[in-house]
Ligand binder design. Structure first.
Ligand SMILES: [Zn+2]
Length: 204
């Protein structure tokens, strides 16, 4: 109970991040995007720490706040241990039963096996059961790199992969600061406005 309370308090500070990251802040182009973050439980406890989740969200804020897309946590919730290790498409699909309305649903799991090449594990994935984009969400593995949540959010906003080094949507990275180009930013803004109009994303 104590750790859950700490988690909530810790993530609560994310609300204030936009002000700290850019001064002056970039005016928002859509209502703040609410993240529902579900963290898988294991017998040893949650698969990741509040600090790690915080760092993933900070990186998303850094990339997207620069052009007026802001995130806040709507809630943090535990994810049943049966979802900790996602092995198959069906495992990923089953998360759709836990989706919350009006928010961007994020699931943090212990491991995420590649469903095309089962020898591999993924850091993250943007997923929609049977391609049904009315039920889309992102999954991030506990061992993922610092920009994985930001990358998967890019897919949520309809960005495709690129081959430009250090672009957020590229696998070709030097470890330097990642970025989006102006065309990608326009795509994100268009998608965010569409999700707001359709009420897929609801304001607080
Ligand atoms: Zn990707």
């Amino acid at each position: 109970m104590k750790s859950a309370l700490f988690l909530l308090l810790h993530l609560g500070s994310l609300c204030r991040l936009p002000v700290a990251l850019y001064d002056p802040p970039v005016p928002p182009v859509v209502p703040t995007v609410r993240l529902s973050i579900a963290i898988a439980e294991t017998p040893e406890g949650p698969v990741q720490t509040p600090a790690w989740v915080y760092s993933q969200v900070v990186e998303a804020q850094r990339v997207y706040n620069a052009f007026g897309i802001y995130f806040t946590h709507a809630e943090t919730r535990p994810l049943d241990s049966s979802f900790a290790q996602l092995e198959t498409r069906k495992d990923r699909d089953n998360l759709a039963g836990l989706l919350k309305k009006g928010v961007l649903n994020v699931f943090i799991v212990e491991s995420l096996r590649d469903v095309d090449d089962p020898r591999l594990y993924r850091g993250g994935v943007h997923w929609a059961p049977n391609g049904d984009l009315t039920r889309q969400y992102v999954i991030v593995a506990a061992g993922a790199g610092s920009t994985t949540l930001a990358h998967e959010i890019g897919h949520y906003f309809k960005l495709q992969h690129t081959f430009v080094t250090d672009n957020l949507m590229s696998y070709d990275r030097t470890g330097g600061v990642v970025f989006l180009n102006s065309k990608q930013k326009a795509t994100v803004v268009t998608s965010a406005r569409a999700y707001t109009r359709s009420k897929e994303l609801l304001p607080e």
